[in-house]
Design a binder for this molecule. Sequence first.
Ligand code: FPP
Ligand code: MG
Ligand code: MG
Length: 402
Amino acid sequence: HPPPRRRINPEEVVAPELTHLKSQISLLCSTNLPGLDKTSKYYLQANGKLFRPMVIFLMSRATAIAPKRQNWQHASAELEKTFNSTVAPSEILRDTNPDLALLSSRLMPVDILGPAGVSATATGGGVQVLGTQRRLAEIVELIHTATLLHDDVLDQAETRRGKPSAIALSGNKLSILAGDYMLGRASVYLARLRNPEVIELLAEVIAELVKGELFQLQNTATSAAAVDFTNKPSREAYLRDSLEYYLEKTYLKSASLISKSCRATTVLGGATEEVAAKAYVYGRHLGLAFQLVDDVLDYTSSNEQIGKPAGADLELGLATAPVLYACEEFGELGEMIERRFCLDGDVEKARALVHKSDGIDRTLALAESFCVTARQAISSFPPSEAKDGLEEVLEMVLTRKR
Ligand code: FPP
Ligand code: MG
Ligand code: MG
């Protein structure tokens, strides 16, 4: 038997990094247009969980002493130099963008927290997160926040995290524009990382988030009529493929950002391709497991517990893993899934069948198996507090109640 793993709080492991992120992130999308400024900062300052930055910081530290590419130290030092420059790269940017000037004067130089994480001890003490990795975490949180602004427009959400939503506060137009603005600013800072692979990874994520949302839209009641299913396969094939479709949607909407960010953070850290590939596998399976648990909680939790209307997926016409599995046991669910639970009584009948079936257990078992894959992916990383933290995150995802 391996010795029992030390239980640690992953948030505590990277607490200094998270505090620094909180002090910096709003600056990245500061603007002298008050309405835009207020709306884009609204969710940034509303005590988000900072789940993605936490994972990025843990991954940065856990791979700081993992194998590096040749000459990475030189490349990384060069990168930090450009990155730390507060001067915009060209006259055009300098002259015409007052927001950049505003930012440059208030943004902390990244080396304020110590030099790049070159010399690190295996215990995690003294391991530094690179400035570029910190900036990546900020960029990722900006992108995530932009998707929330747009998501609330699409969902017409009145609340988020128990408070009035941005659309309730500022309306649809400002929410859309603020989301776009944040994507624009995130892109500027992404470009400033001067790493083509990292730019491509995150640009692809933005495209994938859109595709994921569209996949989901095609599966909801309100849009069923508007969906082009001209290439729709036979009903049997459609049902058989549904779990696959669902997992693809889940990757795009919920795992793409975290998985590609995990890879990006190791690329910035100069890791070998092998380490970068492992970081991606960790993030991918973490993200998928996270969403599977989310979809279970929609069936098993109360509004109060999850801070949003429970049971919403069926109401939306959305077939997630629990009902897709239940359908294998209770074939009559097939037609309900196909008509997006739109007939009177469908939602109640489907819910009852899901609870009668082993759909929820099978979904949790799948989430567990994803967490096993994620844990295996990082098993060759050298022992560290941050690695323990990454493992603990998997535990948290499986046991969370909200
Ligand atoms: C939350 O889902 C939404 C997402 C994770 C992604 C939303 C993506 C878009 C709106 C399209 C792309 C937008 C940008 C800016 C790239 P949810 O509605 O299931 O969950 P929640 O409302 O409870 O958080
Ligand atoms: Mg939503
Ligand atoms: Mg949504």
